[in-house]
Design a protein around this ligand. Sequence first.
Ligand code: ZN
Length: 507
Amino acid sequence: MTKVTQEIDLYKKLLEKYKEIVLLNNITMNIYWDMDTYMPEKGVEQRSEELAIISGLIHEKTIDPEIGALLEEIKANENYEKLTPVEKRNIYLFQRDYDRNTKIPKELVEAISKQSALGNSIWKKAFAESDYELFKPELIKIFKLMKKFANYLDPSKDPYDVLLDLNEPGFTREIVDGLFEELRDGLKPLIKAIVNSPKQPDYSLIERACPKDIQEKLSKELAKVTNYDLNAGRIDETVHPFTTGYYDDVRVTTNYHLDDFSSSFFSVLHEIGHALYEQYLPQKHKYQPVGYSCSNGFHESQSRFIENFIGRSSEFWQYFLPKLKEITGGIFEDVELDPFVRAINRVIPSKIRVEADPVTYSMHVIIRHEIEKDLFAGKISFDDLPQIWNSKMKEYLGMDIENDAEGLLQDVHWSGGGFSSFPSYAIGNIIDGQLLWKMDQEIPDWRKDIEKGDLNKVLDWLKTKVHQMGNLYDPLELVKKITGEELSTKYYLNYLRKEYSRIYELK
Ligand code: ZN
């Protein structure tokens, strides 16, 4: 056997190992989906045993020493340099995963998972009783464990940077700080001008009783207009909407509010944006490390692009308002395009992140990030967190927070150690602004198509530029590859200023 074929055999063997892990992970995703949708109440214990055995199997597969040996052998082989960039990227990504999985002692993995479960149940109670003091000891425990976790991964780096890198490879606290400071300083005067504008939209145009079966029809119509393939997907109901899946089986969920159709309408568009990314990943890279999305931030950029840039645009509603009237019967018969578009773009500062509008949303993320990084830097104490949260909410959004449930405790992430996972939400917005700027240059007439309900050009553009790239590049590289420029907040801020100056008739 020649060296070259030997090399190919090793690479093939490595990818076979990877495929097994992907398949097992997919099984787990389906199990979780079922738990959130249709699993009967009594099934819970049986299910937790099923989950335990499968996560044990996955763990064994991911730390298999043969993977490490194969990776070493391939990289030491004299033909390594002859591999294609895609093959090399696969090896790099698999090595990165393997290192992450093998560097952490089993005891620490178990301690984190135990503390997450405990922390989550206590968070629920603390949230219900709006009592930060109840949650604080658990928060401190998981914080220490996650710091340890970061130290095992890379003791030479700031723990916050290590954790951030898991969600957004290549980003550091410094980069996020720079972007978020610009974004914060740009948003502050805009939000102030909007809130003080005498031209406030009439939201009663939206808040009208709309039965569930009609809203379900709207969801189906949205799937059609966005090319979300329902033969490779589904739309079901859960308390919190989400997307889960891989290539040919990507499912979304939503939550129908009977007195405000827009809540489910935009959440369906949002989740479809996520789902399209997964459905349009390159088939040729299925079951390979490069056959995944780029980062959480990029994923969020895709959902928000469809939800906000498309779904809240006046061009889209030029097409969709007559459809809405037709599908909903007489409910919106009297509604006219312009006031309706203004209403669905209403900006109203909220205490709750997940209820925030597109303009104020990033502020919630920025506040969380500022607190997280100061915690990791040891600049603030756990005792002061609620008060710091409340004063930032007052300063940035003018909100008076009256209790911990509507303040610091509103998000579940920290209870499971999800520090550094928040920046991705706002990074998605920033990426979006830059993508839109580039798309405007490359397909300047796209808005004319949207007016006719034809999203093909836009979807093709996102597919080619983002989805089909899979995980070939880290997020900052991919932004540069697509737009030719480093990631910057200016395009997103420009978009917001232009859009909302029109809606609120700002000077
Ligand atoms: Zn999302």
